[in-house]
Design a protein around this ligand. Structure first.
Ligand SMILES: C[S@@+](CC[C@H](N)C(=O)[O-])C[C@H]1O[C@@H](n2cnc3c(N)ncnc32)[C@H](O)[C@@H]1O
Length: 249
């Protein structure tokens, strides 16, 4: 399924992150160029970079018989984060544009013998489950890689049933003047992390949290920082948001 990592696997991934940086004519080509050489070591490296995923999934409600859609699902690692609750869904869709990462997700589904999980090669801004609606939609470190991220949020809102849950975990930077209750970041945090991640077509955005809060009722919001492999002195800012689609929308 995936290799267990190790220093040489990390080195390969760091090389891809630093050198290939995701070039290509279209968004899909850039994703595939970025991920095709690092797909097998992806999970091991990202476990140490993409913080808060386990906590976010643990905080989502159980919906027996429901439909879960993961937008920008990558290797499908997040399906593991449901634990035994995954089996309660009637259907789960792992949507992504990168064939290399979806191949790992398909291997995972086969290895785990998950009957109710399916990969979809498609765009997060356009996907609708065949059932017509979802009970839970998640975006785990995908909004920062989706150029029209606001369309993905709108699409999540559209496909969710009234009262359905949207869970997001991702990197971010704060606005210079954040609303009351939101974290403030110094100039160095707001500028340096944006520049560093943009090299890999990961765009940290000060508008994610305000936009999510304008579209969904906030159930919980956590703003934190997490370690970055091989950069011991710094912590990258990330947030976890769980929201409810208003009953009257
Ligand atoms: C940093 S990875 C996160 C993968 C996974 N959610 C995780 O937590 O490990 C971002 C993912 O978003 C996917 N992605 C980017 N733009 C997309 C789009 N427009 N539609 C679907 N997936 C997209 C990428 O291919 C990649 O798999």
């Amino acid at each position: 399924m995936t290799n267990p990592g190790g220093f040489f696997s990390d080195l390969k991934i760091l090389w891809h992150m630093a050198v290939t940086g995701g070039r290509g004519r279209t968004h899909e080509e850039r994703l595939e160029n970025f991920y095709s050489g690092q797909a097998s070591g992806y999970d091991s490296f990202r476990k140490r970079l993409l913080h808060g995923r386990e906590e976010m999934f643990a905080s989502l409600p159980s919906v027996p018989g429901g439909v879960w859609v993961d937008l920008g699902a990558g290797t499908g690692e997040n399906a593991e984060n449901w634990g035994p609750r995954l089996a309660e869904f009637s259907q789960a869709y792992l949507v992504d544009l990168s064939s290399s990462l979806l191949k790992i997700a398909d291997e995972r589904i086969q290895a785990r013998k998950w009957q109710n999980v399916r990969t979809v090669h498609g765009d997060a801004t356009q996907f609708v489950p065949p059932e017509g609606a979802a009970d839970i939609v998640t975006c785990s470190y995908s909004l920062t890689m989706i150029p029209d991220w606001f369309l993905a949020v709108d699409q999540a809102l559209r496909m969710l049933k009234p009262g359905g849950t949207f869970g997001v975990v991702d990197f971010f930077v704060a606005r210079k003047w954040p609303a009351e209750g939101l974290t403030k970041h110094p100039w160095s945090t707001r500028t340096l992390w944006q520049a560093w991640f943009a090299n890999d077509n990961v765009f940290l955005n000060p508008d994610h949290i305000p936009y999510l809060q304008s579209r969904f009722e906030t159930i919980s919001l956590n703003q934190d920082r997490g370690t970055v492999p091989y950069l011991p002195l710094v912590r990258a800012p990330y947030y976890r948001f769980v929201g409810r689609k208003p009953l009257n929308s």
